[in-house]
Design a protein around this ligand. Structure first.
Ligand SMILES: Nc1ncnc2c1ncn2[C@@H]1O[C@H](COP(=O)(O)OP(=O)(O)OP(=O)(O)O)[C@@H](O)[C@H]1O
Ligand SMILES: [Mg+2]
Length: 259
């Protein structure tokens, strides 16, 4: 029997920032191809730092990250290595403004990315926009003419240019109105089905995590305090910290299934 390695495997990840601040301590996680993993925990628990190490925006103080069994180069990697990693793992941030050039038309930005990733013969900006549920006319718009939901769709289209195997989404729907949030979550679910792409979903919103992930990691002060299937963690939390997190859910109308 051949053992297929998980698509993503992180082992013993640690990040110490200047001033001896331990942001992430001994975090190990795996994600199967096409799987979806939530990383939840209170503010400052290290979620973003884990995400940034996975995509190569931050170099781990210790630990290893492998994608399809291949070690990923660390933060000192050259441009070629970074580009290769970028082709396989893409990140979507909470604030799409930060990753969109306000002066550049959406279509021009996508065309530029397609050239960067040598994809211009295979994909077209308009096709990418349609893939994320946007009208072809969006190509001519500048980011400030778009709504928050449209901008986040553009950010997702940009992340898909390199045909990544994994999307790391850091609070990617947190700034959106609930109804727009639901639409973007549906889009993400559809893309996962269509493209077989995997998600690592950083969120403080347990209802969002419940909707789009099968596996969950709960972080507290840089460490994983609980992990398991999303259903199990939300309905039968094994750790006091997780129970407190569940009790603190402010949203009306959502309760763990047990209640
Ligand atoms: N570049 C940095 N330099 C120094 N400390 C940092 C840096 N980035 C993060 N930290 C610290 O690391 C810890 C974890 O931060 P991180 O942003 O990963 O938390 P988070 O779980 O994403 O929080 P939030 O839910 O507020 O986004 C925090 O104490 C934070 O202050
Ligand atoms: Mg964060």
């Amino acid at each position: 029997m051949t053992l297929v390695p998980p698509m993503l495997e992180a082992a013993g990840l640690r990040k110490v920032f200047a001033g001896d601040r331990v942001a992430v301590d001994d975090v190990s996680l795996t994600l199967a191809a096409g799987g979806s993993l939530a990383v939840v925990g209170e503010s400052g628990s290290g979620k973003t730092t884990v995400a940034r190490m996975l995509v190569g925006l931050e170099s781990p103080t210790a630990g290893t990250i492998t994608l399809d069994g291949e070690p990923l180069a660390g933060g000192s990697a050259g441009r070629g290595d970074r580009l290769r990693r970028a082709r396989r793992i893409q990140m979507v941030f909470q604030d799409p403004y930060a990753s969109l050039d306000p002066r550049q038309r959406v279509g021009d930005g996508l065309a530029e990315l397609l050239r960067l990733h040598d994809q211009e013969d295979h994909h077209h900006p308009v096709a990418l926009l349609e893939q994320v549920g946007l009208d072809a006319r969006t190509a001519a718009a500048r980011p400030d003419a778009l709504s928050g939901g449209q901008r986040q769709r553009v950010a997702i289209a940009r992340a898909l240019v390199s045909r990544p195997k994994l999307l790391v989404l850091d609070e990617a729907v947190s700034a959106l109105d609930v109804s727009i949030q639901a639409q973007v979550l549906n889009l993400l679910a559809d893309l996962r089905t269509d493209l077989g792409i995997g998600y690592l979903f950083v969120t403080h919103d347990l209802a969002v995590a419940q909707q789009v992930t099968e596996e969950m990691i709960v972080m507290h002060r840089g460490r994983i305090v609980e992990q398991g299937t999303t259903d199990r963690v939300l309905t039968d939390p094994g750790h006091d910290y997780t129970r407190n997190l569940l009790a603190a859910v402010p949203r009306q109308g959502w309760r763990p299934a047990r209640q």
